[in-house]
Write a protein that binds this ligand. Structure first.
Ligand SMILES: NC(=O)c1ccc[n+]([C@@H]2O[C@H](COP(=O)([O-])OP(=O)(O)OC[C@H]3O[C@@H](n4cnc5c(N)ncnc54)[C@H](OP(=O)(O)O)[C@@H]3O)[C@@H](O)[C@H]2O)c1
Length: 262
């Protein structure tokens, strides 16, 4: 399988880095990547990626990348997407994966001049370490296999599901915000910030690992499991829930969803 990237920026670099050395990068498997062609912009990133493996080469221009690819990733910014995509010639049946934000399939279909298979995806920077979860829409086994090799893939049956996961992915800043606010509170009580962080970051990591490991257990059950009746954990969640935390969280998600749907 030949993979290409139009737009060689931050997220393309993360994906290519993850692909190299992944299960896709083993020629004995039936689903391997024989060649990755990246577009010449950004030149510095393209050169860096080409230096990682002889399987990565830099296409002469965007069209050369499209021509060389069975699966073509569009990884450009939304502002220039229409201009770049309309200028390309696609092959009927080619698989096109757009990671472009705020650009739905209807627009992509309108801009693409051939009957191609269009998939949307929301890769996150963690794909570089093959630890990223990626939402894709609509379900596509080949695209899901690529993202599974970079962590895991969640295939959305409907656009609504896909938009909902896009809204949920907007919680990343808040995750760090909670760590930051808590570290700040600990520092305000006299604890050195680096020590506070050295405690909190692994604690949150263990909690996330527990949620993944016990995927079949309801989250409310996990909350109870980690909260002694009448204890400190129960008290903090009750305060969060009853004093505006849940309301602020759900209102923020509602508001981000409105923006995504616009
Ligand atoms: N970063 C993330 O975590 C992330 C996650 C999911 C989705 N996305 C989406 O992925 C897309 C790319 O994001 P990014 O963060 O990777 O942005 P980025 O780092 O700015 O990458 C975009 C790349 O496109 C190149 N480019 C500009 N004009 C071009 C053209 N005419 N033809 C081909 N390439 C061109 C830019 O090159 P120059 O540097 O030379 O201008 C740049 O390297 C966006 O739509 C974004 O919403 C990003």
């Amino acid at each position: 399988m030949k993979i290409g990237f139009v737009g060689t920026g931050t997220i393309a670099e993360a994906m290519v880095t993850g692909m190299l050395g992944s299960s896709l990068d083993v020629s004995e498997t039936s689903f391997d990547v024989s060649e990755i062609t990246v577009s010449p912009r950004n030149g510095e990133i393209a050169a860096r990626l080409a230096g990682l493996s002889p399987r990565v080469r830099i296409g002469a221009d965007n069209q050369a990348v499209a021509d060389a690819s069975d699966v073509l990733f569009l990884a450009i910014r939304p502002q220039i997407a229409e201009e770049v995509i309309r200028a390309l010639r696609f092959r009927p049946g080619q698989s096109v994966v757009s990671v472009i934000a705020a650009t739905d399939r209807a627009k992509l279909k309108d801009w693409i001049d051939a009957p191609v298979e269009i998939t949307q995806a929301i890769p996150l920077p963690f794909v570089a370490d093959r630890a990223g979860v990626t939402a894709i829409f609509p379900p596509n086994p080949d695209v899901a296999a690529i993202f599974s090799a970079l962590g895991s893939a969640v295939e959305c049956e409907t656009r609504e599901e896909y938009d909902l996961l896009a809204a949920a992915s907007a919680l990343m800043g808040t995750y760090f915000g909670i760590l930051d606010r808590t570290t700040g509170w600990l520092a305000g009580q006299g604890m050195p910030e680096d020590k506070a962080r050295a405690y909190l970051a692994p604690l949150f990591l263990s909690l996330a690992q527990t949620a993944v490991k016990h995927g079949g257990m309801p989250l409310a059950g996990l909350r109870q499991e980690f909260s002694t009746k009448g204890g400190l954990n129960e008290q903090v969640f009750e305060d969060f829930d009853q004093k505006g935390g849940t309301q602020a969280l759900t209102a923020a998600l509602d508001r981000v969803m409105l923006r995504i749907k616009r």
